[in-house]
Design a protein around this ligand. Structure first.
Ligand code: PLP
Length: 475
C-alpha cells in the first residue's frame, strides 16, 4: 500500500506494508500507469538518504554538515536538509547559493566553497550575508578585499596525496608550504581567516587520507596565531563513499578520522568541525531504469576482427561458422549525454541489472549497451555478459544518485529522465526519539565494525548540537 504525498511542485509515495522502492520500480514498468510508458526514469528512495544521515551523525563529531547540492539536482533529496539540521550547504556557483537560500537555509549556514569565485558572485554573497567562503590563492584574497572585506575565510589546502575517483587537487587547494605566505597577505589586507578546509578527492580510495588531511590542517592551525588569526573552524570536505560497492567504506574512514579529530581537535578545543559530503548522501538512493529501444545482433568474432580481416572472413565464407555465437548491441533511452555522463566526468563504473527473472540455464552473450544519441561516444557498457534481451525490456542501474542527472544534457533533443520519490512510512514519520534509538540500533548492528561506543556518543552529542527535533513529516 502506498500514499501519494503531493505539494505544489513535487510528489512522493509513502510506502507501507513492506512495499519497497524496488517494488515501485517493478510496478511502474509493468503497470504502464505512466504517460511516458517507455521513457527512462529514476526512482529515489528518500529513506536511503535519511539512513545515510543517521549513519553520519551517529559516527562523526561534526558541528555542522554541509551537503554539496551539485552532487544531485533532484530537488526532493535535498529539500528537507534544512529541517534535519544539516547546518550548511557547500556551493560552487551563484545559482546554488540562490537555490539553497530559496529553500529557507539561513545564510549563516552556507559555505561558499568555491575557492575561485566570480566577482559578481562574491557581491551576491555579501548582499545575502553568505559570509563564509574558501580561498586558496593570493588573487582571490585581493578580490575578496575589494568586494567582501568582512567575509569569514577558510584556507583550502591540498591534503596529502590520495588516490580518488575524481582528483580535485590539481585544480584547488594551496600546498601547505604556501599557507604562511597566504596568511601573511590576508593579515596585511586585514581579512578575517577563521580556519582551514580540505578535500581529499571525490570518491576517495584511501580511508587514511581523511586523517592525514586533519593532521595537515592542524599544522596550519598551529601557525595561525603568528599572523594574528584565532582559527576556530575546520572543514573536512567531501570524498566519502556513497555506495556499498565503493572501494573503501565509511566505517573504515571513521576508524581513522574519528581518533584523528579527537586527538587534534578535541571537543574542548573550541574548533567547530564541518564537512561537505556530497555523493555519500545521494549515490545509493537513486536507481535509473532504461528501456531497450533498439537491438542489433552481430557476429561476435567478426566484431573482434580488424575491418579488412572481417571483410576477408565474409568473402571467404568463414563468417557463418564464426556467427554461431552472436553478440548483441542494445540501444537504450539514456546515455552518456544524459545521466550516464558519470562515466566520463565522474570516472564511474556502472553495472546493469535486469528487471526480468533470469533462468540459470539461459545462455549469456557478449553484450554492449549504447545510449540513444547519434554519437559513437555514447556507449554505456563496452562489454558485459547478459542473456538475450528484447526491444522493450528494461535494464536497471543502481547507485546512480551522485553526479548523474546533475550534469546531464539534452543533446540531440533527448530529455532527462523524470524521477519518482518514495520513502518508507516508518522512516518518514519517526520522531527524534525514534531517530536516536534507530541510530543506536544501527550502531548495535555494526558492533563488529570500526564504530566504537565513544563514536556513537559523539554522534548523539552531535545530534543535540544540531538541534534536531524531528525528521520531517510530509503528511
Ligand atoms: N566540497 C567541494 C568543494 C567539492 O568540490 C565537492 C565535489 O566536487 C564536494 C564537497 C563533494 O564531494 P563528494 O561528493 O566527493 O563528497
Amino acid at each position: 500500500m502506498k500514499t501519494r504525498i503531493m505539494n505544489k511542485d513535487l510528489s512522493m509515495e509513502v510506502l507501507r506494508d513492506g512495499l519497497t522502492a524496488r517494488d515501485v520500480l517493478t510496478n511502474k514498468v509493468n503497470s504502464g500507469g505512466r504517460d511516458d510508458k517507455d521513457d527512462a526514469f529514476f526512482v529515489c528512495d528518500l529513506g536511503d538518504v535519511v539512513n545515510k544521515y543517521k549513519k553520519w551523525v551517529s559516527c562523526l563529531p561534526v558541528w555542522s554538515l554541509s551537503t554539496l547540492s551539485s552532487a544531485t539536482t533532484a530537488p526532493m533529496s535535498y529539500r528537507y536538509w534544512p529541517t534535519w539540521g544539516l547546518a550548511s550547504t557547500v556551493l560552487a556557483r551563484l545559482t546554488e547559493v540562490q537555490k539553497v537560500l530559496n529553500l529557507g537555509v539561513g545564510p549563516d549556514r552556507i559555505v561558499y566553497a568555491n575557492p575561485c569565485k566570480q566577482t559578481s558572485h562574491i557581491r551576491y554573497a555579501k548582499k545575502n550575508e553568505v559570509n563564509l567562503m574558501t580561498f586558496d590563492n593570493e588573487d582571490e584574497l585581493h578580490k575578496i578585499k575589494n568586494y567582501f572585506p568582512d567575509a569569514c575565510l577558510l584556507l583550502r589546502i591540498l591534503p596529502p596525496a590520495a588516490e580518488a575517483q575524481c582528483q580535485l587537487g590539481m585544480k584547488f587547494g594551496c600546498h601547505p608550504s604556501q599557507a604562511p605566505k597566504l596568511l601573511e597577505v590576508a593579515a596585511q589586507l586585514d581579512l578575517n581567516v577563521v580556519g582551514v578546509s580540505f578535500h581529499v578527492g571525490s570518491g576517495c580510495l584511501e580511508a587514511s587520507a581523511f586523517a592525514r588531511g586533519v593532521e595537515s590542517a592542524k599544522r596550519i592551525f598551529n601557525i595561525a596565531d603568528q599572523y594574528g588569526f584565532d582559527f576556530d573552524m575546520l572543514d573536512i570536505g567531501g570524498g566519502f563513499p556513497g555506495q556499498e560497492s565503493a572501494a573503501i567504506s565509511f566505517d573504515e574512514i571513521v576508524a581513522d578520522l574519528g581518533p584523528a579529530l579527537d586527538e587534534h581537535f578535541p571537543p574542548g578545543s573550541g574548533v567547530r568541525i564541518i564537512a561537505e559530503p556530497g555523493r555519500f548522501f545521494v549515490a545509493s538512493a537513486f536507481t535509473v531504469a532504461v528501456n531497450i529501444v533498439a537491438k542489433r545482433m552481430v557476429a561476435r568474432d567478426i566484431q573482434e576482427f580488424k575491418d579488412d580481416e572481417a571483410e576477408d572472413a565474409v568473402m571467404n565464407s568463414v563468417a557463418p561458422s564464426l556467427c554461431e555465437e552472436p553478440a548483441f548491441m542494445y540501444y537504450v533511452n539514456d546515455g552518456v549525454y544524459g545521466s550516464f555522463n558519470c562515466l566520463l566526468y565522474d570516472h564511474a563504473a556502472v553495472t546493469p541489472t535486469l528487471m526480468r527473472d533470469v533462468d540459470k540455464e539461459e545462455p549469456l552473450f557478449s553484450t554492449s549497451v549504447w545510449g540513444p544519441t547519434c554519437d559513437g561516444l555514447d556507449r554505456i557498457m563496452e562489454h558485459c555478459l547478459l542473456p538475450e534481451l528484447q526491444v522493450g525490456d528494461w535494464i536497471l542501474f543502481e547507485d546512480m544518485g551522485a553526479y548523474t542527472m546533475a550534469a546531464a544534457s539534452t543533446f540531440n533533443g533527448f530529455g532527462k529522465p523524470s524521477c519518482y520519490y518514495v520513502a518508507d512510512a516508518n522512516m518518514w514519520g519517526s520522531n527524534n526519539h525514534a531517530f536516536i534509538q534507530s541510530a543506536g540500533s544501527a550502531h548495535r548492528h555494526v558492533k563488529d565494525s570500526a564504530i566504537t561506543l565513544p563514536a556513537m556518543k559523539r554522534g548523539l552529542c552531535a545530534l543535540e548540537r544540531l538541534g534536531i527535533t524531528q525528521i520531517p513529516s510530509v503528511a
